[in-house]
Design a protein around this ligand. Structure first.
Ligand SMILES: Nc1ncnc2c1ncn2[C@@H]1O[C@H](COP(=O)(O)OP(=O)(O)OP(=O)(O)O)[C@@H](O)[C@H]1O
Ligand SMILES: [Mg+2]
Length: 234
């Protein structure tokens, strides 16, 4: 479905990604892990067309996406839930969700999509007229995910969805991600909750200072000595 081939991204002189290659098949749930500053968000932003590519290619269903603007990628179903949620705090839950159905392809079905999001997140239905800024962290993450679902994603990229949440709220978010994948949405999950992430994904990539240092089946990664010492604190 998506291949990233030898991708290099620079911020000025600094190479944030060096020749990174990843592969995601339809229906898969893939993990991307790595320490702070290793380039995880940069990789998602490059796939979303938010940062320019220095070298390499991004291929989506046999078509090169290099140089595609974010709105075109959105239209293809490549949707990112950004780090830090990026909601509109003084707009209501419902208004935030509707923003996700901005594209003409999905706009006509916005009301139908909204009902679907409310049935997946009943807690948001109860709070539909509440300002997004007044929600709990877990609820805000639900709005960010619901907004992404309004755009009818085929590939959903989640950047640190459990950041700052209590263990209980984080577990709930991970469960929802698992459900979305079961419903057929392909997922690329960035998270520092390495144990939980490797438990729900099938394949994983490990980034270090912009370089892919390890990849493999998540069961193997869980047993990998490097992953154990660097990311699982064992
Ligand atoms: N807009 C930018 N301009 C300059 N440097 C940037 C920019 N965005 C990121 N960087 C740098 O690129 C490197 C990779 O950052 P990135 O945000 O991709 O890391 P990350 O793995 O997502 O980290 P975290 O876990 O903290 O979210 C870091 O050294 C960061 O300082
Ligand atoms: Mg990041």
């Amino acid at each position: 479905m998506l291949s990233v081939e030898n991708l290099t991204v620079c911020y000025g002189q600094m190479k944030a990604l060096r020749s990174v290659s990843i592969e995601i098949s339809a229906g898969q749930m893939v993990a991307l892990i790595g320490a702070n500053g290793s380039g995880k968000t940069t990789l998602l932003n490059a796939i979303s067309g938010l940062v320019p590519i220095e070298e390499g290619r991004i291929i989506w269903e046999d078509q090169s996406l290099n140089g595609f603007p974010p709105d075109k990628l959105c239209r293809k179903g490549i949707i990112q839930v950004p780090e830090g949620r990026k909601l509109f705090p003084s707009m209501t839950v419902e208004e935030n969700l509707i923003m996700g159905a901005y594209h003409p392809n999905v706009r006509k079905k916005a009301q139908e999509s909204l009902q679907k999001v409310f049935s997946s997140f009943p807690r948001l239905a109860d709070r539909r007229r509440q300002f997004a800024g007044s929600l709990s962290g877990g609820e805000q993450q639900m709005v960010a995910m619901g907004r992404a679902l309004m755009a009818k994603p085929r590939l959903l990229m989640l950047d640190e969805p459990s950041l700052g949440l209590s263990p209980k709220a984080a577990a709930e978010i991970f469960e929802i991600i698992r459900e979305l994948n079961k419903e057929g949405i392909t997922i690329l999950l960035v998270s520092q909750e390495v144990m939980q992430t490797l438990a729900i994904t099938t394949y994983g990539y490990v980034l270090e200072n912009g370089v892919l240092v390890l990849q493999g089946d998540c069961k193997q990664l869980q047993e990998d000595p490097k992953v154990k010492t660097s990311y699982l604190g064992m």
